[in-house]
Design a protein around this ligand. Sequence first.
Ligand SMILES: NC(=O)c1ccc[n+]([C@@H]2O[C@H](COP(=O)([O-])OP(=O)(O)OC[C@H]3O[C@@H](n4cnc5c(N)ncnc54)[C@H](O)[C@@H]3O)[C@@H](O)[C@H]2O)c1
Length: 252
Amino acid sequence: MSTQYDFKGRAALVTGAAQGIGRAIALGLMRGGARVHVADINFEGLDQIAEAGAVPHHLDIGDRSACHLTVSKIVDAEGKIDILVNAAGGSLGKGRGPVEDVTEAEWHAIFDANLNGAFWLCQAVAPHMKKATYGRIVNIASGAGLRPALNGVQAYTASKHALVGMTKQMSFELAQYGITSNAVAPGIVLSGPWARYQWESYGAEGQQRVLDSLHTRRLGEAEDIAHAVMFFAADDSRWITGQILSADGGRS
Ligand SMILES: NC(=O)c1ccc[n+]([C@@H]2O[C@H](COP(=O)([O-])OP(=O)(O)OC[C@H]3O[C@@H](n4cnc5c(N)ncnc54)[C@H](O)[C@@H]3O)[C@@H](O)[C@H]2O)c1
């Protein structure tokens, strides 16, 4: 990804940055000169991105007080927090299945990773961003936040739809303080082992059908999503808020 964005002097937090799309976003912000803090439950991936210059935080975003504590630590270290990218999430290894088989534990875990954690972090950064009258919140939603999902995971689709709603509500409440709230809705990106597994599960004919439905006739790469995030995270995007940008090769 070629970077023309300038994030020098900006402090950022990216969740889910141990791998995949979150990692590409963290690297993109670092290339632009931001001080980037990364949060994840994957120790090994955190170590790898720390070697690239990010500040790692082991954080389960489903834990509200841990989210608030992590933001406090970042503000203590940086004096502020300018950019929050909520990229953690996914269907957590859950595949297609009938609605009656969804367990309470699966439902809550998927909501914690895709919705609740993003809200706890918005809550934690809001007072600091308000004080600075500056902030950029970017949530990673999904095509499954706008319509039913190909992978058929009910909790995932419901949580991403809610994340889209939360993005718009945060915008309505926070943009008056100079804080924008937007979301990027990715199409299929072979960003990690689970995305690859799901792609394989479609079979050759299913994969071809998906490829034929994409205007680009190719799947996305993590950098394609990161590029859309850089746009929302930039200073100049100050009057663009409450928006959901599909980065999906033209599928939608
Ligand atoms: N890959 C795709 O095709 C695709 C499509 C649409 C949307 N998305 C969304 O993009 C985002 C990134 O997806 P990806 O493909 O890079 O996934 P990924 O599984 O490669 O990465 C997700 C990261 O989130 C972390 N994570 C999960 N639960 C967490 C928790 N409770 N606390 C902290 N960290 C947690 C994981 O450890 C992992 O490092 C997700 O929100 C996903 O729903 C992905």
